[in-house]
Design a binder for this molecule. Structure first.
Ligand code: CTP
Length: 401
């Protein structure tokens, strides 16, 4: 009984997936957990408090302004007298309320008043899950430290539409709770190197060649790996975003400096090369500012090729067990990505289309194809934080396999 003695406050909100909460309650109790249910008004349209209460062997809480409930435990005690608050299913509406700090019913009030870990299992129509408003809310909640399990892909019960949005299965939710409550960090004791941002290649002391990379994706990956317990060295080119917490940051400007910092950080268990390294540098940067001379032609820029850092790491004598790169493409994304996988000796390439119309470079979202030795997986468009979380989970799974 892995959840023996654990007290779970289960908030059920109003979606068709609420019927799965009945099975979830049974499984949690089988593992020794005590379940105290809170139901929203919407949830009661799908399953009855009677059924929920019978399976949980507990009173079901539904009202914020109920004299009886308040005299019994009260919403503040309800929010605190547990080891974990689980929201399953979490509707788009409840996520929106949580993200904005609403407290207009018992469920949202408990969520605002709790100081316990919160795990959310979203369930909604795929269009609602992909809507920018829901994406924003999810990112806000993740930044607030709220954990997610699912949703999974599949066909929707009501509409037959396919896509992401189906609630995670009760067994997965139970596994996520066990992970969360055990406090085990799957990457504890592992060393990771991440590169991020652009590089700046000087032309003279005041001018440089650069690119549009913001560092958002690389920084998010470094943060996600650190959250899973990895010892992370983030080698960052010049960026204006905040340094992620719990990460050692080495600041560099040029590709050659970035290469040196990465090689100095070896050995490591995993390297994720996310930086948009400038392919060329100015062969000999001027020591002084290059001046305009009236009547003379503009100065020619002689370029030299920069070291390929991913390739260096992929073929290094102390190559990390896992070497992962990105492929920034504007055409033939999959084919170019796979060619890079081979050429650079990587285990995975996350290929993305960085054409200006996609808004990926510099933006908060990404849409990647995960290209591995044994196939390609297409990830739906999601926040860069979410790409980072998924990749960190994949790294944890691969390193423990
Ligand atoms: N990369 C690197 N060092 C370089 C160039 C790229 O480490 N000098 C890494 C990037 O961090 C990324 C991967 O290689 O993980 C692919 O980068 P990308 O810019 O897509 O490819 P390039 O190798 O530069 O090839 P091309 O410009 O021809 O697309």
């Amino acid at each position: 009984m892995t959840l023996s003695g654990k007290r779970i406050l289960l908030i059920i909100s109003g979606g068709i997936a609420a019927y799965k909460s009945l099975d979830l309650i049974r499984r949690l109790r089988e593992r020794g957990a005590a379940v105290r249910p809170v139901m929203t008004a919407g949830a009661q349209q799908f399953v009855t408090p009677l059924a929920v209460g019978a399976l949980a062997a507990s009173r079901v809480y539904t009202e914020l302004f109920s004299r009886e409930d308040e005299q019994d435990v009260g919403h503040i005690r309800l929010a605190r007298a547990c080891d974990l608050v689980l929201v399953a299913p979490a509707t788009a509406d409840l996520m929106a309320k949580m993200a904005n700090g609403h407290a207009d019913d018992l469920a949202s009030t408990v969520l605002l008043a709790t100081d316990r870990p919160v795990l959310v299992a979203p369930a909604m129509n795929p269009m609602m899950w992909m809507h920018p408003a829901t994406r924003r809310n999810r990112a806000t909640l993740a930044a607030d430290g709220i954990r997610f399990v699912g949703p999974a892909s599949g066909e929707m019960a009501e509409s037959g539409e396919a896509g992401e949005g189906r609630m995670a299965e009760p067994v997965e939710i139970v596994a996520a709770i066990e992970d969360l409550l055990s406090g085990a960090k799957p990457l504890a004791g592992r060393k990771a190197i991440v590169t991020s941002g652009p590089t700046h290649e000087p032309i003279d002391p005041v001018r440089y060649i650069a690119n549009r990379s913001s560092g958002k994706q690389g920084h998010a990956i470094a943060a996600a790996l650190a959250r899973l317990g990895a010892d992370v060295t983030l080698v960052s080119g010049p960026v204006t975003i905040a340094e992620p917490a719990g990460v050692r940051v080495v600041h560099v400007e040029r590709a050659e400096e970035m290469r040196d910092a990465v090689v100095a950080a070896l050995p490591a268990d995993v390297a994720v090369m996310v930086a948009a390294v400038a392919d060329w540098r100015v062969a000999s940067a001027a020591g002084n500012k290059i001046k305009k001379r009236p009547g003379e032609a503009p100065p020619p820029l002689q370029l030299a090729e920069n070291p390929d850092i991913l390739k260096t790491v992929g073929h290094h004598a102390s190559r990390p067990k896992l070497v992962i790169g990105f492929a920034a493409e504007t055409e033939n994304v999959a084919a170019n990505g796979r060619a890079k996988l081979e050429r650079k000796g990587a285990d995975y390439i996350l290929a993305n289309d960085v054409s200006p119309a996609t808004g990926i470079m510099g933006g908060d979202h990404n849409r990647v194809k995960l290209i591995g030795r044994d196939g390609t997986e297409e990830w739906p468009e999601m926040g860069k934080d979410e790409v980072a979380e998924r990749l960190a989970a994949l790294i944890a799974a691969k390193l423990s396999a």
